[in-house]
Write a protein that binds this ligand. Structure first.
Ligand SMILES: N[C@@H](CCC(=O)N[C@@H](CS)C(=O)NCC(=O)O)C(=O)O
Length: 210
């Protein structure tokens, strides 16, 4: 059986949990309490020297620690339902939107949180390396996030899903990003009606509760 090293409140492992739930794949779940600093203990560092979750342990013992790599592996393991396209073009579109959402949305929220949170002083990036907070990065995040959401709203006008005609990895990444924005009081403006309609649809899927 696969083992997911997870921390329920955190956004990155939520992406993996939703992907697993959409694919109906069961895993053993090991919680690593990030608030208590368990990601830095020797036991977890032996699993993932980067000290981040998610980490997925395969039956072979190999450990994957990046969302995209985990998704790609799971998608090959169980192709249905297709969450990463169904041919070369639709797969490329899913990956393109996933990357845009990660860079334009998820990273902006992370910049705001990690460069302002009192709990993350000297931990401005995930992992063991001590790095100081840079408040200007949080300000920049607050400037670029509303533009990102406006762009997503325009993209979703007349569209059910982010890429192609199926729910996909890109939808999962945007769902987690929108919900993560609330942590830093930077949720999308209520007048972005296409985005919020899409969000209601994505949130109503049972896997979103995983
Ligand atoms: N590359 C990873 C990044 C995962 C990541 O940043 N995880 C955060 C939780 S959301 C973490 O483990 N943080 C540990 C820390 O801040 O020390 C992925 O996207 O899967």
């Amino acid at each position: 059986m696969l083992t997911l090293y997870d921390y329920t409140p955190a956004p990155s492992p939520r992406r993996t949990r939703i992907f697993l739930a959409e694919k109906n794949i069961d895993v053993a779940n090991v919680q690593i309490d990030l608030r208590a600093g368990e990601q830095f203990n020797d036991q977890f560092r032996a699993v993932n020297p980067r000290s981040t979750v998610p980490a997925l342990k395969l039956e072979s013992g190999i450990i994957l620690t990046e969302n995209l790599a985990i998704a790609d592996y799971l998608n090959n393991l169980r192709p249905d339902p297709p969450l990463m396209g169904h041919d070369a073009v639709s797969r490329a579109e899913v990956l393109q939107w996933n990357s845009r959402i990660e860079m334009g949305g998820l990273m902006a929220v992370a910049e705001i949180l990690r460069n302002t949170s009192k709990g993350m002083i000297d931990r401005a990036l995930p992992g063991a390396l001590k790095l100081p907070q840079i408040p200007a990065l949080a300000e920049r995040g607050r400037l670029r996030l509303p533009e990102f959401y406006k762009h997503m709203n325009r993209h979703l006008e007349g569209r059910e899903f982010i890429a192609g005609d199926h729910y996909s990895l890109a939808d999962i990444t945007l769902l987690v990003t929108v919900d993560f924005s609330a942590w830093v009081k930077a949720s999308p403006d209520q007048n972005l009606t296409h985005l919020w309609r899409w969000h209601s649809m994505a949130s109503a899927r049972p896997a979103s509760k995983a």
